[in-house]
Ligand binder design. Structure first.
Ligand SMILES: C[S@@+](CC[C@H](N)C(=O)[O-])C[C@H]1O[C@@H](n2cnc3c(N)ncnc32)[C@H](O)[C@@H]1O
Ligand code: SF4
Length: 384
């Protein structure tokens, strides 16, 4: 971004339902329990459209990326996405090369839907594969098996410009050999982007209440190194904590979060960040889908609406940009937070002394140590 460019603006749309709630998942996703999915799709889509129509703020910026995330967006039909994309286009305008991503679960693949998604303008797909190993897929209670994962990935590669696959490592009882096989199968698929997440045991999940036997810190570090080495060897750049991509295939939507860009969050629990008149405001929609629908119908959109303080801006900027292995430009800090870099002089010196960051030619980057101990690094920027 040069000095004159406006802060990029993207749109996130949340689809909060899944066929089965995975035992590790803390996302705002709810299992369908005998509900009529088609009826839900219609009612929820109407609420999304209403939010897009009524969401007014001071911006003339065209949308540079759209991301349909979940939950499981691939439960919804292409016609629904066509309607939503059309509404966003009418209201805000899309940049010519707008990246439009859908998250899909390999257990919900309907071939006709996949063709339809492509035909309504979706140009990137992100598949939640997690592992190719049947034992681990069962332990994670995934609704797909290895064969379905491979079929979904092959179809995705055939139809979309950009394909991401989500995988997780440090799974209960996972050996190096098993991880090696997963990495090999992922590379054989031929996608240009891999998100490789360290399985975390989140509060409010089944795994938190019934902890599985996961690899300890040392073993997890070894598994993490294996992922990095193998993907680097295959010419994937490790550009963010959990993201690897071939040149030119980084996810523009996620990069906008990590670069502290702006976004509109549409749907249950979705978050918005808007910069206007040298201040930054955050909003969040009501999290429960039923409550979100009735709140939207009553023109009461947000559960949260707050102006960021200086301390919030510092921490939130760092929390995002230090996830990037290339870090951030000092100019970008000043342009996005409206604060001089001297505001964080003390914290930067502490982080440098601890060898968690380096500064070269006006760019501040986490070191390998800083990447490994990201939480410790971020603590330095947490004030008050
Ligand atoms: C919102 S999910 C979307 C994908 C889709 N719902 C699916 O699971 O097929 C995004 C990704 O986050 C990752 N994820 C979810 N919970 C996680 C956890 N506790 N630890 C690590 N990664 C997790 C998974 O790789 C998942 O695919
Ligand atoms: S399918 Fe995805 S969003 Fe749904 S519960 Fe499983 S990991 Fe979470």
């Amino acid at each position: 971004m040069t000095k004159k460019d406006p802060i990029p603006l993207s749109v996130y749309i949340h689809i909060p339902w899944c066929i089965h709630k995975c035992p590790y998942c803390d996302f705002n996703s709810h299992e369908f329990k005998g509900q009529d999915i088609k009826n839900n799709e219609v009612i929820y889509t109407n609420a999304l459209i209403k939010q897009i129509e009524n969401f007014n703020f001071d911006s003339q910026r065209p949308i540079h990326s759209i991301f349909f995330g979940g939950g499981t967006p691939s439960l919804f039909s292409p016609a629904t996405f066509e309607k939503i994309i059309g509404k966003i286009k009418d209201k805000y305008g899309l940049k010519e090369d707008c990246e439009i991503t859908i998250e899909a679960n390999p257990g919900t693949i309907d071939k006709q839907y996949f063709y339809g998604y492509r035909d309504v303008g979706i140009n990137r797909i992100s598949l939640g594969i997690q592992s190719f190993n049947e034992k681990h897929l069962k332990n994670l209670e995934r609704i797909h098996n290895q064969k379905e994962a491979i079929e979904a990935a092959n179809l995705a590669i055939k139809l979309f410009n950009e394909v991401n696959i989500d995988l997780m490592f440090a799974l209960p009882g996972q050996t190096k050999l098993e991880l090696n096989n997963d990495i090999k199968m992922a590379l054989d698929i031929g996608s240009s982007h891999i998100s490789y997440y360290h399985l975390t045991i989140e509060p409010n999940t089944f795994f938190f209440k019934h902890p599985p036997d996961i690899p300890d810190q040392d073993k997890s570090a070894e598994l993490s190194d294996l992922v990095s080495e193998k993907l680097k060897y295959a010419n994937f750049k490790h550009y963010e904590t959990s993201a690897y991509a071939e040149i030119g295939s980084q996810c523009r939507h996620n990069l906008n979060y990590w670069n502290f860009g702006d976004y509109l969050g549409i749907g249950a629990g979705a978050h918005t960040k808007i910069t206007s008149k040298k201040s930054i405001r955050r909003y969040a929609c009501h999290k429960n889908p039923k409550y979100y629908i009735s709140a939207i119908n009553g023109n009461n959109y947000f559960d949260e609406n707050r102006l960021l303080t200086t301390n919030d801006s510092v921490f939130e900027f760092m929390m995002n940009s230090l996830r990037l292995n290339d870090g951030f430009d000092i100019n970008s800090f000043e342009e996005k937070t409206f604060l001089p870099i001297s505001e964080i002089k003390k914290e930067l010196s502490v982080a440098k002394e601890k060898r968690l960051i380096t500064e070269i030619n006006g760019r501040i980057k986490p070191t390998i140590l800083g990447q490994r101990y990201l939480n410790e690094l971020l603590q330095i920027f947490l004030r008050g």
